[in-house]
Design a binder for this molecule. Structure first.
Ligand code: AMP
Length: 280
């Protein structure tokens, strides 16, 4: 497996893959890879001839008060994991390759990015869409795989691809969970054992909503109230939002429409910010 660290080398390789008519799959990540990421790599390997995993802790999607500097970085271990999962290339550029001195162009999706995460993290998706657009231009993939774990990110990227006519198929992979239900996340490693137990409240609240829907409940106010009640029973958990939205537009829904609705939660567990969601 090859590691590429400059934009010029990556663009030359993308050109080469295109000229050989090979289907290229891209899996954008920020590293600190876990099984959830690797499931995306395996899915890309099923769908594409060649798989590129990008590993880039993207500074523009972090606000100044967020965890950019302490975000875990472990390139060597990540590369080994990518190789074992079937990746062909790791694209791991240093920050100034992507944002050279004087960089000044940003891309914003202006509707879907506004609610939910957009309220507490108003510049987050601007950073995401900018870096994903750049990765698409640099790697020129035929398909790109994203995780449902970041449901709003998926919706924003799908809209960006449609609106700007990127010739890229967006493939969405299901959320991988720990056996006890906790959604896998690079940020879970910040949790102490006690906080990790408290963090289970997120998936428990979502599973309860799913069970209520299976039992016939359709009203979002009741589902949200029950999920909020479960979260409120955990002392270290502070709810940022609990919302029932259309999975494509992120607009609130009064009633569940099976397959189209999503219940999403963001919460602090002490100082660790977690998100999770489930499609209803
Ligand atoms: P990140 O490194 O957190 O930016 O995540 C890179 C990609 O992996 C994104 O498309 C995420 O949605 C996806 N991802 C992260 N955690 C999970 C998970 N538990 N299950 C599936 N996909 C995930």
């Amino acid at each position: 497996m090859q590691i590429i660290s400059t934009v010029a080398d990556m663009q030359a390789l993308a050109h080469e893959l295109r000229s050989q008519d090979l289907i290229t799959g891209l899996v954008p990540t920020m590293g600190a890879l876990h099984e959830g990421h690797l499931a995306l790599v395996r899915l890309a390997a099923e769908r594409a001839d060649k798989v590129i995993v990008s590993i880039f802790v993207n500074p523009t999607q972090f606000a100044p008060n967020e965890d950019f500097t302490k975000y875990p970085r472990e390139l060597e271990a990540d590369v080994a994991k990518c190789e074992a999962a079937g990746a062909d290339y790791v694209f791991a550029p240093p920050p100034d390759e992507i944002y050279p001195k004087g960089y000044s162009t940003y891309l914003t999706e202006e509707r879907i990015a506004k609610p939910l995460e957009g309220v507490s993290r108003p510049t987050h998706f601007r950073g995401v869409t900018t870096v994903v657009a750049k990765l698409f231009n640099i790697c020129r993939p035929d398909l790109a795989v994203f995780g449902q774990k970041d449901a709003q990110q998926v919706a924003v990227i799908q809209k960006m691809v449609t609106d700007l006519n990127f010739p890229v198929d967006v493939v969405v992979a299901p959320t991988l969970r720990e056996p006890d239900g906790l959604a896998m996340s690079s940020r879970n490693r910040y949790l102490t054992n006690t906080q990790r137990t408290e963090a289970l409240a997120l998936s428990q609240a979502l599973f309860k909503a799913r069970d209520m829907v299976a039992a016939g409940e359709r009203r979002s106010d009741r589902l949200i109230a029950e999920a909020t009640h479960i979260l409120s029973q955990h002392r270290r958990v502070r709810v940022i939002y609990v919302a029932l939205v259309d999975r494509h537009t992120m607009e609130p829904m009064r009633e569940v429409e099976p397959g189209r609705s999503l219940i999403a939660i963001a919460a602090w567990v002490d100082e660790v910010r977690l998100i999770d969601n489930i499609v209803l």
